[in-house]
Design a protein around this ligand. Sequence first.
Ligand code: FAD
Length: 505
Amino acid sequence: MPMKVAIAGAGVAGPAVAFWLAKQGHECTVIERFPSLRAAGLQVDLRNEAIEAVRRMGLLPTVRERSVPEMGTIIVDSKGHENIVQRKFDPECESGVQGKTSSYEIMRRDLIQILYDATKDNVTYRFGLSIDHYRNIEGSEDGDKTDKVEVTLSDGSREIYDLLIAADGQGSRIRKQMFFYSPEEDQSRWLGIFSAYYTLPRRDYDTSFCRMYHATERRLAMTRWHKEDMGQVYLMAMNNAERFRRALDRDIASQKDAFAAVFKGMGWQEERIMHALTDAEDFYADEMLQRRSTVWSRGRVVLLGDSAYCASPIAGVGSSMALIGAYVLAGELAIHGEKNVCEALTSYDTIMRPLVDQSQRLPKRSLQGWFPLSTWSIKRLHVKEWVKSKGKGAQPWTKELNGHRWILPDYPEMCWRSKSSAWASLPSTARSSLTDDSRAQSFWSPGAYSAASSVTDDIWLPSHALQEEENTGRTVAEWPLATPLTFSKCSNCVRRVDILPPQKE
Ligand SMILES: Cc1cc2nc3c(=O)[nH]c(=O)nc-3n(C[C@H](O)[C@H](O)[C@H](O)COP(=O)(O)OP(=O)(O)OC[C@H]3O[C@@H](n4cnc5c(N)ncnc54)[C@H](O)[C@@H]3O)c2cc1C
């Protein structure tokens, strides 16, 4: 039976989970507080398994088309010397760990537009409305009635759903309510790093590299270029906490004043960056926060994306974790079915937890290492970065878990791939070997929720087949005869997270 699912937030996590749940035939309503799609935000990266999640959505070519052509990261010194170049590399063709510039850099507004376009026909979007409260309603003990959740919307109305997914970002109201009576379970931490973001006009000499500049007194400035005539400034400081916190409680002008005062005398392109700060109409500032908690769900309410496990912008994995989390949550719901939602939510927690812990591992000492205090410590950091630039980049988080690699689980129940032409193109021997029984075993999608799709129309393709299809531009229908063997093999695929031994590179 399809479930009625309310999703708070049309950022990255909300539309992504709606994509997968709608494919399973669930009735999804995304409720967004903002009056329209929230186009604000600068560049976000897609890393590691998130690229795979997007590939399984069939959206990787679109993301690639719209991605920012950043060629890598250059670390500059106060005179603007560009001695350290960390180039971008393609993880699909080259081995190693992605550098500061991911192979999929995209403007946040483009990513959420792609997700919205992919879901708008099958998902109900309601803008200008927020979910303010929820109440779990327990079903009757004899099992006649299942558990539900009642949500109270900002217009005062109340609605009943089978599941509420809180994809409402790091300031999530639903999260606040979840931990209101058990604050000890909320282990979020402020990182004491203050950041500001805004755009600035591009000049002829601004090549398509991210430029990173470390100033003394734990200050960092970055420029990135996403358009021919426009770029972005990122300012980050790990000092003057009281001053910044006071300013953040006040208006934008006060926040700009605080950043201008703290970054005065920073060197490099100071004049230009400060000039743009004064003019910026899209200035945004905040203190970096990590969201952590012992649980991510209560009854029929579950946290997803930044509301559950925001790793902070400095980790650069927020959108990736949102996409991975959406896929895993939907996959677990597909496996467990609407009668075992609680088990699905527990399983989502178990599977995601090691990856989240890894992505949030930012010990204070290493944070201070990224924000050096003195000229000497900047030089020391630059030596380290120079050594890395001779290898394959930095930022290993989300890749290695204590020497093991976290890989995206397979959920054949929901990895649909159209169309009947593919079925027709299979040789008859292959078709007859795919009996109803073998479909029911999993790699065909029989599913309790097959309302939106039919088993004869859709097939599941393993990821490497999707990847090859993208690379060759060949459609499923043109797939060679060997494909049925691949299908058969994949019917036995492992659904749980496999912790693989580290790969030899
Ligand atoms: C305006 C904005 C700009 C950002 N800019 C950047 C950036 O430049 N670089 C970067 O790396 N990351 C940025 N992020 C964060 C990044 O989008 C997230 O880390 C990541 O994509 C995880 O996404 P999410 O869907 O969990 O949360 P978010 O992307 O934060 O989306 C949450 C959504 O929920 C909505 N919402 C909040 N409360 C409610 C409620 N009660 N009811 C209904 N809807 C609600 C919000 O309006 C928002 O649209 C930005 C986030 C926002 C909201």
